[in-house]
Design a protein around this ligand. Sequence first.
Ligand code: CMP
Length: 141
Amino acid sequence: MKEKTLAILKPDCVQKNYIGKVISHLLKAGFNIIGMKMLKLNKETAGEFYAVHKDKPFYSNLVEFMTENRVVVLALEKENAVEYLRKVIGATDPAEAEPETIRKLYAESKERNIIHASDSLDNAKIELGFFFSNRELIENR
Ligand code: CMP
């Protein structure tokens, strides 16, 4: 079944000029882009997006990092999109990521790891709703 999921090209991706390379990687992997926008997150928005991590020791650094430059948010559609996107981006820590994954190719550390992807279908729905209204998503049916 076709699923929708959310990816965020993080501030390090924008700063290093990897937007094109990462989008190209996602398209080659078979994802259809059904929504895309560039944003500069503020602390409140980044903090709310990552609220599940608010008790973690890395939370304040994560919020700081996510607000240091623009981000690109992508709504993606594909068969089995949630699980497949996680596979294509690789492990949180690029040192542990499989070869040819986006984080292995482009990320420098688990703090600055180029891309975020929703980790479950439920979270994908929540995260897509965080950045996109239904009217902003292109339906390819
Ligand atoms: P992401 O998939 O965006 O979800 C939460 C983010 O927290 C994660 O990617 C990492 O970039 C970031 N993070 C920072 N430090 C850590 C850490 N020690 N363990 C896990 N995630 C971390």
